[in-house]
Each structure stands twice: as C-alpha cells, then as structure tokens.
Design a protein around this ligand. Structure first.
Ligand code: SAH
Ligand code: DHB
Ligand code: MG
Length: 224
C-alpha cells in the first residue's frame, strides 16, 4: 500500500461523505496561503472529530493546538447553541490566521482562542475554574503530551472524552530507543494512559492523505 492509494481513498471518502463547505475550504486555503505547516487534520478526520463530539453530546470543548482553526471549526460546529470551545495556540501568526478563519465561520462568539504557550494557558484555565470540558482534543507539540494529559485530567469530569492526534507517527511509536522527542512524548503519554486507573483508552492506526498515523481515544471513568 502506498501514500498514493491512501490519498486516493481519502479523496473517495471525502467526495462521498464530506460535502464541500465554503468556510472550511476557505480556512484551508488561508492556512496554505499564509504558509502554515500542513498539520491540520484531513477533511474526513475533521468530520470524524465532529462526529465524536456529537456522540459525546459535547457542550464544552477544549482544544490544545489551534494552528489555523481547521479542526476548531469542525469541532465547534458540533456544539449546541449555548456551547463553547476554548482553543490554545502559542504562535501569533497561527493565531492571526485562526481568528480570521473563526470569524469567517461566524464562530467568534463560540470560540475562545487563547494566545500563549499552553503550559501557561492551561493553568490559567484551571485558575478561572473553566471546565470540566466534555471533550478535550490534544494536538499541539508532542513532547508535551504527558503534561497535556495531566492537564486534561484536571479539566475533566467522569465521562469526559480525551482525544489525541498523531500517536503512531509513521509507526515510529514502537521504537523504544527513538531519540525523537515527539516519539518519546507520545510513548510516555500512551504509558500514562495505561497506568491511569481514571481512564479507559485505546489507540487506532490511520492511513490517509496525511500519511500513516493514529488517534488515541480515552474516556474518564473515575469520579474526579
Ligand atoms: N489542531 C490543528 C492542528 C494543530 S498543529 C488542526 O488539526 O487543524 C499544532 C499547533 O500547536 C501549531 O499551531 C503549534 O504552533 C501549536 N503549538 C505547539 N506547541 C505549542 C505550545 N507549547 N503551546 C501552544 N501551542 C503550541
Ligand atoms: C505534526 C503535528 C500535527 O498535529 C500533525 O497533525 C502532523 C504533524 C508535527 O508536529 O510534525
Ligand atoms: Mg495533529
């Protein structure tokens, strides 16, 4: 199997099940035009996240890692009228593109974009007594995943759903000796999931237009 085939099948799925949407398409174009890294989820992955949020009945969502707000828009559109989403981004250029994309999506009132390193903004959220969130999407710098998991638990309740992107990394996740800090961050995160009696978790490998990677999904099972 090749990247070409994975991309062709993603195109088939997307053409069939993910109708073109002027706002989402414009968001991707704005990211590309601004030279942002192509680290957004793919369209069918965006819809997958949106479906998870709907299954969860999420009214409050926390996203760690905004980029140009592509996944943000997918998730925010799953919310009921009184729902809200907080998204965290460290890079001012990414945040500027994200704000424009959020405005074009008419989601400025729904989405609270916080500019800053998330190991600063997460404690702020806790101090403000924000949360618990119904769904938390972890998708920022992978070496910090173990810290993000600890914060996700702090900002959760029994029943909260924690989702993390990029946990397979082209298969490199199985290399215990890897000197890639992202691989080590993801491995430690996966180990923490295994060690934490407060969550029930699994991971699913994915292939597609974004290559070979995977998602973690975890539900908080304990009263926190
Ligand atoms: N969720 C987005 C993709 C996020 S890419 C989507 O699917 O559309 C990861 C983002 O995390 C980048 O924009 C990067 O600037 C941001 N990031 C990396 N380290 C960070 C940190 N320490 N604090 C906050 N944001 C960070
Ligand atoms: C990277 C980060 C992401 O969130 C992603 O979806 C793909 C790649 C990265 O940092 O390489
Ligand atoms: Mg990602």
């Amino acid at each position: 199997m090749s990247q070409e085939q994975w991309t062709a099948v993603d195109r088939y799925i997307t053409d069939l099940l993910v109708p073109p949407d002027t706002v989402l398409d414009a968001a991707l174009q704005a990211c590309e035009a601004a030279g942002l890294p192509p680290h957004n989820v793919s369209p069918n992955q965006g819809k997958f996240l949106q479906l998870l949020a709907r299954v969860q009945g999420a009214r409050t969502i926390l996203e760690i890692g905004t980029l140009g707000a592509y996944s943000t828009i997918w998730l925010a559109r799953a919310l009921p009228a009184d729902g809200s989403l907080v998204t965290l981004e460290a890079d001012p250029k990414h945040a500027e593109i994200a704000r424009a994309n959020i405005a074009r999506a008419n989601l400025t009132e729904v989405v609270d974009l916080r500019l800053g390193r998330d190991l600063d903004t997460l404690p702020q959220l806790a101090a403000e007594d924000r949360g618990p969130f119904d769904l938390i999407f972890i998708d920022a710098d992978k070496p910090s995943n173990p810290d993000y998991f600890a914060w996700a638990l702090k900002l959760s309740r029994r029943g909260s759903l924690i989702v993390a992107d990029n946990v397979v990394r082209n298969g490199a996740v199985v290399d215990a000796a890897s000197n890639d800090p992202s691989v080590q961050g993801v491995r430690r995160f996966n180990e923490l999931l295994a060690e934490s009696p407060q969550v029930s978790a699994t991971a699913i490998q994915t292939v597609g237009s974004k290559g070979y990677d995977g998602f973690v999904i975890a539900i908080v099972t304990a009263e926190l």
